[in-house]
Write a protein that binds this ligand. Structure first.
Ligand code: NIG
Ligand code: FE
Length: 429
């Protein structure tokens, strides 16, 4: 820890450089930063073989082939990292997680093995309401420490930016408790974190006969208080049969827009009920899940600034339909891929596994998957100017792999971790 602080301060005050050399292939390089990659462009991936990369003050300051490397100018102020023939990737951006939660839910997992469905478990008071009950009785410090250790694990699996939602509180106090935990995580980790208010995740029992009143509570109290305390970057709602409908979604997104807060919504997980169009029309940054898609949903997304985000770990874990990624790409859309890390439908935040699943189940190519988990998820969490690719001026959030035969080996080698070193803001973790 002291070493890390020393290197960090030294880098900050003396403009010290770090050079990574002997990189077999540098992946996802960009000359001019782009917002996202869409359609056919998703199959293009820029790389440089036999490369170096230079970091100054935590930012990427140069990169190219070893032949172009000018060598070390100032030995006293240069730290060398030898990639030893491994590849260097930009870290993953995971633009959809619920990683602040109180307890795991493996008893529901067993219920599902024995034949119950996700919907049946939720109707019996399991699911989101079960997680909310547990979180309401858990103190802030425990939530913080557990979430921090989850983030540390994910960092070592190659994730360098995470969006985190509330939604297991469902009361004003507990929703704010989660959001304050996320704020503390922002302040106490070096990865990039964005925070989303998902108070409209499920209807609390005390409002079961009055959904409008719960939406009122969110609009009139939880949302303004979250904005006032500077706790949120985005707003979310679970737009789904049995949860919240399109009118609720419109009301909430309109209210959030008044505070300049954009939507990142849960839509079309089990049923396509119009949530995509409502979200796009009201300026949402992303629509997430999309397992069930109708023609009108594709049309709403075409030529919009809203990015469809697919969560294949959720389909895998619940055994539900996989989202039609190929059709989206064929229609020229940009596709993002995130983990949906949460205790109910995706108890894993491992983006390497997301990448493998996307190849195997969504039939996306490794190039498409790398674009979908880096630059496109950076866009989906509003950080594409600072993360998501190897580009001069962007944050040096990178990982170095073991020597591997090709970049396709990463999604191919599913369930294994081939990441040897992770660098966040120029510092080895
Ligand atoms: O994204 N679908 C809504 N929310 C989560 C699951 C929440 C839970 O089961 O706890 C999701 O899949
Ligand atoms: Fe989710």
């Amino acid at each position: 820890m002291i070493d890390v602080i020393f290197v960090f301060l030294h880098n900050q005050f003396y403009g010290m450089k770090t050079v990574i050399k002997n990189i077999a292939e540098l992946i996802q390089t960009e000359k001019n930063p782009k917002q996202w990659v869409a359609g056919k462009e998703m199959s293009k991936l820029n790389t440089i073989k036999d490369a170096f990369l230079e970091i100054t003050n935590g930012l990427i300051s140069d990169f190219g082939s070893m032949e172009q490397w000018k060598g070390i100018e100032d030995w006293n102020n240069t730290e060398i990292i030898d990639a030893e023939g491994g590849m260097v990737f930009p870290t993953y951006c995971d633009s959809h997680t619920h990683l602040v939660f109180a307890e795991s839910r493996e008893t529901e997992f067993i219920d599902r093995i024995n034949g119950a469905t996700y919907e049946e478990i939720a109707k019996k008071g399991g699911g989101i309401l079960n997680s909310a009950k547990k979180l309401q009785n858990t103190d802030e410090d425990k939530l913080f420490n557990d979430a921090l250790s989850r983030i540390n694990k994910l960092t070592h699996l190659g994730t360098g930016a995470i969006e985190i939602k509330s939604g297991y509180g469902l009361t004003i106090d507990s929703e704010l408790k989660i959001l304050r935990v996320i704020k503390r995580l922002k302040e106490n980790t070096n990865i990039k974190i964005k925070s989303t208010l998902l108070a409209a995740h499920a209807l609390p029992e005390e409002f079961s006969n009055n959904k409008a009143k719960y939406i009122d509570l969110i609009i009139k109290e939880i949302l303004p208080k979250s904005v006032e305390e500077n706790l949120i970057d985005y707003i979310d709602i679970f737009c789904e049969k049995g949860y919240f409908d399109v009118d609720d979604t419109k009301r909430l997104l309109k209210a959030a827009n008044k505070f300049n807060i954009k939507g990142k919504t849960h839509v079309n997980q089990f049923n396509a009920i119009g949530g995509v169009k409502a979200s796009v029309d009201l300026g949402s940054l992303s629509v997430d899940h999309l397992e069930e898609m109708k023609e009108e949903d594709f049309q709403a997304l075409t030529n919009s600034k809203c990015i469809p985000t697919i969560l294949p770990s959720c389909s895998f874990f619940l055994g539900i339909t996989y989202s039609p990624a190929r059709e989206m790409i064929k229609r020229g859309l940009a596709v993002a891929l995130a983990s949906d890390y949460n205790p109910g439908s995706s108890p894993s935040g491992n983006m390497n596994f997301v990448a493998s699943l996307a190849c195997i189940k969504l039939k996306m190519t490794p190039e498409e998957v790398i674009n979908a988990t880096t630059i496109n998820t950076a866009y989906a969490m509003g950080v594409e100017k600072e993360l998501g690719s190897i580009c001069i001026g962007k944050k040096a959030n990178l990982f170095i792999t073991e020597p591997i035969p090709s970049y396709s080996y990463l999604p191919y080698n599913f369930g294994e971790n081939i990441i040897k070193k992770v660098i966040i803001n120029g510092i080895i973790q």
